[in-house]
Design a protein around this ligand. Structure first.
Ligand code: SF4
Ligand code: SF4
Length: 163
């Protein structure tokens, strides 16, 4: 397991609500294209040093959004009718979003690979959303650092670099 994941495990719950608020304020002050570009660079840097196959925390505990295009694509690849796929794997969450109905994800294998990787939901491809329009989701990222070690380290590096 990479040092970054070990390090996250030790530190993920260490910041207080006040520290998170301070971080959000610091990021808000800099929000915009330059921050998005910097976050995207740090995203590349962190993912070069961390292997998601050592983690799979998102696949274990955060059911992904599954839009209608995802349903059609995945059902077709699995040789299922859309309605059957939805009945077996999809539910509506408390926010009214269509999401995978089981956690850990039913497509997560024991070795932490995804059994539908090539045609997985868009939300799985784009998670943790740190390489595009980072500024649009600042509160989300600050909360998400407790679930995603990559987000945690991207925010740490941002925090150290921003005035
Ligand atoms: S579909 Fe694959 S990538 Fe998405 S949560 Fe499930 S196991 Fe993870
Ligand atoms: S939680 Fe973050 S670091 Fe872990 S597998 Fe998901 S994207 Fe990768």
């Amino acid at each position: 397991m990479s040092d970054l994941i070990q390090n996250w495990k030790k530190q993920k719950s260490s910041s207080s609500a006040a520290q998170d608020k301070k971080l959000k304020k610091q990021l808000q002050k800099h929000k915009g294209k330059a921050l998005d570009k910097f976050a995207a660079q740090l995203h590349e840097q962190v993912f070069e040093q961390l292997d998601c196959l050592d983690c799979a925390n998102c696949c274990t505990g955060l059911p992904p959004l599954v839009n209608n295009t995802d349903v059609s694509r995945i059902a077709k690849k699995l040789g299922m009718a859309n309605a059957d796929f939805e009945a077996q794997y999809v539910t509506i969450d408390e926010d009214g979003d269509q999401v995978m109905n089981q956690s850990p994800c039913p497509f997560l294998l024991e070795d932490k690979h995804c059994s539908i990787y090539e045609f997985r939901p868009k939300a799985c491809r784009t998670y943790p959303h740190t390489d595009e329009q980072f500024s649009s989701n600042l509160a989300y990222h600050v909360t998400n650092k407790r679930y995603c070690p990559a987000t945690f380290h991207i925010l740490e590096r941002l925090q150290l670099s921003l005035p």
